[in-house]
Structures are given as structure tokens and as C-alpha cells.
Design a protein. Structure first.
Length: 200
């Protein structure tokens, strides 16, 4: 065997050792995870679906199976990249949820003396957001779906943020946070009962 042929053989062998998935005689695609399969199924069947990708810090809003909007999000301030395992770990849970509740600004955070007009002026003129939920809150409820069980977490939702998610990607206690204006747009598009899937 010539020297050049030997070198090519060794290079090819090393490439296969480092990349065993590249050698597949049947050229089969990698099997989707159970959650990924459920995502595809739900997106196809439901009119409105929210899919959140924690690894990309993105929220996708699907309307009739097609992406209509995409938003940058912030997630739990624990930067380990793991799934939520206990209350107070500051991780965003993964799994299948539904929107259980939709709320606008909570008077308890802003003071009952403030009128809607004053609050709107504070935000529009000075970008003042006093509530930790911004101006919109969408509470999530864990779901079981065709054998896929999501742990029952309380107090998890989608809401607006005081600080931009494009700069501060880890800033919530486990919720999914959006820019205030993005949260307002999304709030107007979704209804109680719509599916929300949070992926790793």
C-alpha cells in the first residue's frame, strides 16, 4: 500500500472513531426524543401552540402549524442548564403545559392609588416597570399527554420582564420572561387552554 493511501485510510478511520454516527449504512435519522415527538403532534393538531427552546432562549408561537412569531426569552437564573427538580432551584421546568390563567398588572405591586393612565404613562414615557411580571402574566399548568407526564409545578408562567432578555438571559426564578412589549403581543394572541411546550 502506498504512503498516500495509508494516510488517507488512517484519517478516514480516525474520523469514523470520532464521529461514529456519521457511518450508518441505512442512513437513518436520529430518533426524536419522546418530548420532541409530542411537540410535533401537538403543533399539527392544535390551532395555537407556544414552543419554548431553553437552549436557544427563543419562544415560537405557532398558528395552525406554522410559526407566526418568534421572541427572545429569559429563563431561570440558575445557569446549570438542567431541568427543574425542586421548588426554589431557580430552574425553568421542561415538559407540556397549558395556559391556566391570563392576568394584567397586579395592583398589589403597583399600588392601588395608581390609575391605569398613570401606569401607562410611566411605562410609555420612562419605561418604568414596577411589577416583576411586567404588564402581563400567563400562568401555566402542568399536563399529562399520551403517557408523557410533566411534574406539577406551581407558580410557573410566562410574563414580561424589567430587564431585556437579550442582555440578561438568566433572570427569573423559573418562569419564562419576555420583553414587556413582546409579552403584551403574545398575551393578545393566546387563550386559556392553549398548549405550551418547554424544551431543554
Amino acid at each position: 500500500m502506498k504512503l498516500g493511501t495509508k494516510i488517507l485510510t488512517y484519517v478516514a478511520a480516525g474520523w469514523l472513531l470520532l464521529n461514529p454516527n456519521n457511518f450508518n449504512s441505512e442512513n437513518k435519522p436520529q430518533q426524536l426524543s419522546d418530548l420532541e415527538q409530542k411537540v410535533e403532534e401537538i403543533v399539527k393538531k392544535q390551532e395555537r401552540v407556544i414552543v419554548i427552546d431553553k437552549s436557544d432562549f427563543l419562544l415560537y408561537y405557532y398558528n395552525n402549524g406554522k410559526v407566526e412569531d418568534k421572541y427572545t426569552v429569559a429563563i431561570g437564573k440558575n445557569t446549570s442548564g438542567k431541568n427543574k427538580s425542586k421548588i426554589g432551584d431557580n430552574l425553568t421546568p421542561e415538559g407540556i403545559f397549558k395556559i391556566q390563567e391570563k392576568s394584567k398588572i397586579d395592583e398589589n405591586y403597583l399600588g392601588k392609588y395608581k390609575t391605569d393612565l398613570i401606569r401607562e404613562l410611566e411605562y410609555s414615557l420612562f419605561n418604568i416597570i414596577r411589577s416583576p411580571f411586567g404588564t402581563r402574566w400567563m400562568r401555566l399548568k402542568s399536563q399529562s399527554y399520551k403517557g408523557f407526564k410533566t411534574p406539577d409545578w406551581k407558580g410557573i408562567g410566562i410574563h414580561g420582564l424589567r430587564h431585556s432578555p437579550k442582555i440578561f438571559k438568566y433572570q427569573t426564578e423559573g418562569c419564562v420572561g419576555l420583553n414587556v412589549k413582546d409579552a403584551q403581543k403574545l398575551y393578545n394572541k393566546v387563550d386559556i387552554g392553549d398548549y405550551v411546550i418547554i424544551k431543554p
